[in-house]
Design a protein around this ligand. Structure first.
Ligand code: ATP
Length: 227
């Protein structure tokens, strides 16, 4: 049985200049493993904040998020092993080669086959020939492909991606989108992307738009009903 992430009645707000700023309020959301989702909306609407809450990296002001797998239910912040991240700025370690960046999550888990597995993943993202290069020797698109391999190598059930193509030209953005979607599909990982790109959003099965504290469903294709 595939897993899912369930958010119930979540709200997020911050104090700003002694005023309370609400980003979203009373949202109910379910993300299923193996499905793809895009969150769009105007700048400052709170998309990244929603991604942080939905992935368990930040706590909501109110409401709850759970990761559900078979009969196992756990708070999102305890589901770190099941969730991988991709960021607009790549966030690779500059002193490490592409190969060692990809291998790092497995090395940290004590996997003795980390380097062999990282080689396989670099091949999947088309970068075997750049394995000994450091991030500053790679283009933006290549760095993001390394970040995709690094995020997927420990086979998380979900990938959360914040503007994964935001720093790239159109050609690199298309290539990165192809690889990201194909790799998530191959791993049967759920993919949740925040993006300003209508081209990238259109490739997701469900497109949600965040504006004025609320989410609107703009497109749903073949997404399972919320459990
Ligand atoms: N921890 C925080 N404390 C105070 N304000 C915050 C915090 N995190 C986010 N904000 C504010 O919340 C608002 C929404 O930020 P967020 O980055 O989630 O928006 P966004 O929709 O992703 O924007 P963009 O499309 O421009 O990236 C911003 O005004 C931001 O400054």
């Amino acid at each position: 049985m595939s897993s899912y992430i369930e958010l119930k009645n979540i709200s997020q707000s911050f104090e700003m200049n002694e005023a309370q700023v609400t980003l979203f309020e009373g949202l109910y959301l379910t993300f299923h493993q193996g499905q793809s989702y895009a969150i769009t909306g105007p700048s400052g609407a709170g998309k990244s904040s929603l991604l942080m809450v939905a992935s368990g990296l930040e706590q909501p002001a109110s409401g709850q998020g759970h990761y559900v797998d078979c009969d196992k239910i756990m708070p999102l912040e305890q589901a770190r092993e099941e969730i991988g991240f991709i960021f607009q700025q790549f966030h690779l370690l500059q002193e490490l080669t592409a190969l060692n960046n990809v291998a790092l999550p497995l090395k940290l888990r004590g996997d003795r086959h980390a380097i062999e597995k990282a080689k396989v993943w670099l091949e999947k993202v088309g970068l075997s020939h750049r394995q000994d290069h450091t991030p500053n020797q790679l283009s933006g698109g290549e760095q993001q492909r390394v970040a995709i391999a690094r995020a997927l190598i420990f086979e998380p059930k979900f990938i959360f991606a914040d503007e994964p193509t935001g720093n790239l030209d159109q050609k690199s953005a298309d290539d990165v989108a192809d690889i990201l979607i194909a790799c998530c599909k191959e791993n049967n990982a759920g993919l949740v992307m925040v993006t300003h790109s209508s081209a990238l959003a259109s490739r997701a099965q469900q497109v949600l738009s965040l504006a004025n504290n609320q989410l609107t469903d703009n497109k749903t294709i073949n997404v399972k009903e919320a459990s």
